[in-house]
Design a protein around this ligand. Structure first.
Ligand SMILES: Cc1ncc(COP(=O)(O)O)c(C=O)c1O
Length: 486
């Protein structure tokens, strides 16, 4: 693409981006396409000759947009948000333009040094003590895998990386029953195996029971196994529960266990002084991760991973062929061995843009708004006699279920599954389910950058209408059932 064509195309793409952000609220939140529909509209072969930007953008609108689920829609309440913001988007454009590979200090000193600096800004903002050093990983899953690898090497005296696990005593990882599936995946990849992961029971609040943890560690020691690592969760995926970080950290110290804290979602809330207490005990961690790409207005991918002793991880992962050796080796940060991939995008730029554009106070204001909206919604749910608030709000996450007096208590799971299907088929809003103490419930997390009170109110009104359309005599037609309520 020649210079003139680039200028023209860039303006069109920028205009399309701005229009998308203006229009996104008008789209169904969840894509309304069936499996294979998008693929069927795409040609079987790549074009032999180049096409115009106009043709490409026309197909973007015609073929791809209907197949997108709109994560930046203000009525997106599913999963955890993966929010974004205009400064972050603009920085991503620059990152793509520079297209540097920040694997070594030398391959782009500014990318490395900006990453060191902005992660230290974040460290201070969330209240981690000095001494922790940060790196941007793609995902919390990768950070957890790195933590387990560092733990494995520490415990094996760095033998696992040399000899594999076969000759070593069996090592064990601990996480609560509510911990994210990425812990299980990391245990599988790092060689602990699923059977080397102990799922520790939770208390009434769905937080890890530290006494149960200690019992599990002792039981493994009695059996000649080697307790290696604990993963605590600050803000569980299902209900946003907070594991007791200090008590767990104290057990880790006592039994010499590597301590990783997965704060993927809730970690962002630690920038709020009024919620800082949630992080009490995080100073005991060896490794701590949270995702600015979830709740800090920074595009996916951006996981902030802090390590007390990054040298351990580097030693665990280090391989140094001649082509990666530079004169500065050992005197600078070379991020190549702080994570799994060698190649690294210049992701610090978007964090820098976001932190500078909003300032910490600007970011706090957004998070506070989300938390206040969740509190207001919780009050509405409590006020409805046929609904039950099952957990929360924990920050901006709550769970609830529909429990009309006519429903057989045994059939509530099926009824709520039916409700979720109707809510999501409708496209007006988007929620995901979870289980709370064995019961199927609906889960709603507020975190999209532009969500305001009216979006939550509209979504709630629609949920209530769809629920009350689920009468026992329901004929299975959502439109007629919901229609009776309007
Ligand atoms: C507690 C927790 N940990 C880890 C993850 C995985 O995050 P990522 O997609 O960054 O790997 C999630 C995802 O929602 C999560 O809720």
């Amino acid at each position: 693409m020649e210079r003139e064509a680039f200028w023209r195309a860039a303006q069109q793409v920028l205009a399309r981006m701005a229009r998308y952000l203006d229009e996104v609220e008008g789209f169904p939140v969840r894509a309304q396409v069936g499996p294979g529909e998008v693929e069927a509209r795409l040609p079987d072969h790549a074009p032999e000759t180049g096409e115009t930007i106009e043709a490409i953008l026309a197909d973007l609108d015609r073929i791809l947009l209907p197949g997108l689920t709109h994560w930046q829609h203000p009525r997106f309440f599913a999963y955890f948000p993966a929010n974004s913001s205009p400064p972050s988007v603009l920085a991503e454009m620059l990152t793509a333009t520079f297209a540097v590979n920040a694997m070594l200090w030398q391959t782009s000193p500014a990318a490395t040094e900006l990453e060191v600096r902005v992660l230290d800004w974040l460290r201070q903002a969330v209240g981690l003590p000095e001494g922790f050093r940060g790196v941007i990983q793609s995902t919390a899953s990768e950070a957890t895998l790195c933590a387990l690898l560092a733990a494995r090497e520490r415990k094996s005296g760095f033998r696992a990386r040399e000899e594999g696990l076969f000759g070593l005593p069996r090592m064990v990882v601990y996480a609560s029953e509510e911990a994210h599936s990425s812990v299980e995946k990391a245990a599988m990849i790092a060689g602990f195996g699923r059977s080397g992961l102990r799922r520790i029971p939770v208390d009434e609040e769905l937080a890890m029971d530290p006494e149960a943890l200690e019992r599990a560690v002792r039981a493994d020691l009695d059996q000649g196994l080697v307790p290696c690592c604990v993963v605590a969760t600050l803000g569980t995926t299902g209900s946003g529960a907070f594991d007791p970080l200090s008590a767990i950290g104290e057990i880790c110290r006592r039994f010499d266990l590597y301590y990783h804290i997965d704060a993927a979602w809730a970690g962002s809330a630690l920038i709020l002084p009024e919620w800082r207490h949630l992080g009490e005990g995080m100073e005991l961690a060896d490794s701590f991760v949270f995702n600015p790409h979830k709740w800090l207005l920074t595009n996916f991918d951006c996981s902030a991973h802090f390590l007390r002793q990054p040298e351990e991880l580097v030693r665990a992962l280090s391989v140094l062929p001649l082509y990666l050796h530079t004169r500065e080796h050992g005197k600078v940060v070379d991020y190549r061995d702080w994570g799994i991939p060698l190649g690294r995008r210049f992701r610090a730029l978007k964090l820098w843009f976001v932190l500078r554009s909003y300032g910490l106070e600007g970011l706090r204001a957004v998070l506070r708004r989300h938390i206040a909206l969740a509190e207001e919604l919780a009050a509405r749910i409590r006020a409805e006699p046929d609904f039950e608030l099952t957990t929360g709000p924990q920050l901006a996450l709550l769970t609830f279920r529909y429990r009309p007096s006519w429903a057989d208590p045994e059939a509530l799971d099926a009824l709520n599954q039916r409700l979720l299907d109707r809510v999501n088929e409708d496209g007006f809003t988007y929620l995901t389910p979870t289980r709370v103490r064995g019961r199927y419930v609906l889960r709603l997390c507020i975190g999209q950058t532009r969500t305001e009170a009216r979006h939550v109110e509209e979504a709630w009104r629609r949920i209530v209408a769809l629920a009350r359309g689920l009468a026992p005599q329901d004929d299975g037609d959502p439109a007629s059932a919901a229609g009776r309520q309007r």
